[in-house]
Design a protein around this ligand. Sequence first.
Ligand code: IMP
Length: 201
Amino acid sequence: MDKLLIATTNEHKIKEIAAIFAEAGITDWEIIGLNNFPDYQPPEEDGQTFAENAMIKALAAAKMSGLLTLADDSGLTVEALNGEPGVYSARYADAAGQTHNDAANRHKLLSNMQDIPDGNRQAAFVCAAALATPEEEAFFLEGRCEGEIAHEERGSNGFGYDCLFYLPQLGKTMAELDEEEKNAISHRGAAMRKIAQIIKK
Ligand code: IMP
């Protein structure tokens, strides 16, 4: 069975992507993560956009592993904050002495949004996905999910900003959805279903 490398050590993300691929009918690939390459030093994600960072990660890991490699770079963009936290989503609260701490990131987001009224709290999760071969051939696709920033945390599923991301059409936050429901509407689900079609071809 051929191996497909997902360029992340985040087991939660690998599980999410594997479930989306299985549903899209991709069953003849063994999906592995960067935890299989403990000596690998990932490149610095110094791109200015999600797309640039996804491409940096996919190309470097494909070259290192010799495998077809998928990388995603995702995050939250909030209109009232001029697109913040954007490519800094994982590191949003780092300046406050925290290192990649989801709870601290959410706290900072809520405090930056405290004076923003309902009706002006639109946000989107964005996922840029890059598929690269060891020969440096690359494909790129993007998925989005629109929502609003809630006033307080709700729900306990998912990760990152999920419990603050309110979906008006469902009356729930992303953290109140189960995995299948999240994949059906999420930015990562949208991007990965498009990538699945490319892999199938
Ligand atoms: P990454 O670079 O794709 O790993 O994601 C960057 C950051 O964006 C994560 O640390 C999360 O804070 C946030 N993020 C990305 N996708 C999601 C999601 O599906 N739910 C909640 N937060 C997310």
